[in-house]
Design a protein around this ligand. Structure first.
Ligand SMILES: [Zn+2]
Length: 94
């Protein structure tokens, strides 16, 4: 998946998450907590970090794992010295 779509999904999902949190905890975040500056700064940092975390997770989950040459393309087993033509780990034909 292209980075642009991962970033777009991360921003939209974090927006939806924080909108839902604001709706659910509206009473708790208003009043005295609203004037608690350290709490609000902390929440802002967490809000900013949310799309970055989602972007990182999407990158990790959506990037295909590349199996290096000389390894079984099905299971990744190292086939150095293997002359049998079959992967000893999973039975895949080489
Ligand atoms: Zn294999």
């Amino acid at each position: 998946m292209h980075w642009f779509w991962r970033a777009t999904i991360a921003v939209v999902v974090s927006f939806l998450i924080w909108t839902a949190i604001n709706v659910v905890f509206a009473r708790m975040l208003s009043g005295s907590a609203f004037r608690n500056v350290p709490l609000q700064i902390g929440l802002s940092l967490v809000r900013c970090a949310t799309p970055l975390v989602i972007f990182g997770l999407l990158t990790r989950w959506c990037t295909p794992v590349r199996i290096p040459p000389g390894h079984c393309q099905k299971c990744g087993y190292n086939l150095t010295g293997n002359v049998s033509g079959v992967c000893p780990e999973c039975g895949e034909k080489i």
